[in-house]
Design a protein around this ligand. Structure first.
Ligand SMILES: C[S@@+](CC[C@H](N)C(=O)[O-])C[C@H]1O[C@@H](n2cnc3c(N)ncnc32)[C@H](O)[C@@H]1O
Length: 334
């Protein structure tokens, strides 16, 4: 949780807000997430904290007072907040799935603002519970070699489709899967044509072959056994991610894990999917080579290749699967 809140602070500190970034922490509990941003980011903004629970709103009031801060504190169901007010960031951090709050969150967010969502129903999103995923996210999700990324892409895909219902779409700015939850920061983009092209060019399906090969395809409908529909566009705005990493290095020097996470997010290769070299080595019936030598081998062949934050044993690459298998087969084992 601390790690996720660190990332939140670093991102809020560098995000190119339009005007003063009024923020709504929509399911705020103690308010800790955005109180930390108020205290640590160095940006000046008007914050509103909402929770349906009386004890939570009292606690938020106390936490604001302890920190010498003032903000609006609202006791309400998030879904009942009037749409008269709009915010540059709306945060949805429920117990479990954010899916049922996404549409109201998008409606409350200004264009170019951020919809920030946490999902803790990782079993549904990553494919361990296909029936729940079908019900909550209107998607077919099964276990796959890159299950954590599938989870994030399913969540974004669902949100992009909901945004389409009122002629908007989303662009991911930063997304991570750590400490048993997923967190996505999505820029809201207005316009029916932008929405149409996102749904046409950024939504698709994943097919996984017997040798672990991943085929990500743009298509309206999946075929039997395919996973989707899911977001197959970029997961990161590299410029914002690099700025957030630099900010964290300057201002959170002692938070090594946070800096490493944001740096990895900023440097992850853009290709969809990641490959676990232990799993592929298992398919090839051999011991895995050191990860660095696989990355070097792929880069020597002219492909992009990077580590991924999704797993320490994972790599992201645009190499054809055949080249990945060749490199893993030909490098000496650890
Ligand atoms: C996981 S906690 C939020 C954690 C918080 N964002 C943090 O970082 O500490 C979920 C909160 O959502 C509140 N909640 C659940 N459903 C809600 C709803 N429909 N509207 C507003 N608040 C809700 C709960 O009372 C609880 O305090």
């Amino acid at each position: 949780m601390e790690l996720s809140r660190d990332v939140n602070v670093a991102l809020a500190a560098v995000y190119p807000w339009i005007g003063s970034p009024g923020v709504l922490d929509g399911l705020a509990a103690s308010g800790a997430r955005w109180i930390r941003v108020l205290n640590e980011s160095g940006i000046d903004f008007q914050a509103s904290f909402c929770d349906r629970d009386n004890r939570a709103t009292r606690l938020i009031g106390r936490n604001l007072a302890i920190n010498g801060l003032s903000a609006n504190v609202i006791r309400s169901r998030f879904e009942e907040l009037p749409l008269d007010d709009h915010f540059n960031a709306v945060d949805i951090d429920p117990f479990g799935s954010p899916a049922s709050f996404a549409e109201h969150g998008l409606a409350l967010t200004y264009p170019r603002g951020l919809l920030c969502m946490t999902a803790t129903d990782t079993q549904a999103l990553c494919g361990s519970s296909p029936t729940t995923a079908a019900r909550r996210y209107d998607a077919r999700v099964f276990m796959s070699p890159c299950y954590a990324e599938v989870g994030i892409r399913t969540l974004i895909g669902h949100t992009a489709r909901r945004a389409g219902t009122f002629d908007c779409t989303v662009e991911p700015v930063l997304c991570h899967a750590v400490d048993h939850h997923y967190r996505v920061y999505l820029r809201k983009v207005k316009g029916a044509r932008r929405s149409d092209s996102a749904l046409k060019e950024r939504m698709g399906w994943l097919r996984v072959g017997d040798m672990g090969e991943q085929t990500w395809v743009l298509r309206d409908r999946g075929e039997r056994g395919d996973i989707g529909p899911l977001w197959i566009g970029p997961l990161t705005d590299p410029d914002v991610a690099r700025k957030a990493a630099a900010w964290a290095e300057r201002n959170m020097e002692e938070r090594k894990r946070t800096i490493k996470l944001i740096r990895t997010l900023a440097e992850e290769a853009g290709a969809a999917g990641y490959h676990n070299i232990n799993e592929i080595s298992g398919i090839l019936k051999r011991s895995p080579p050191p990860l660095e030598t696989v990355l070097e081998g792929l880069r020597d062949m002219g492909h992009t290749a990077s580590r991924t934050h999704f797993t320490p044993l994972g790599i992201k690459t645009d190499a054809p699967h055949r080249d990945l298998l060749d490199v893993i087969s030909s490098r000496p084992c650890q």
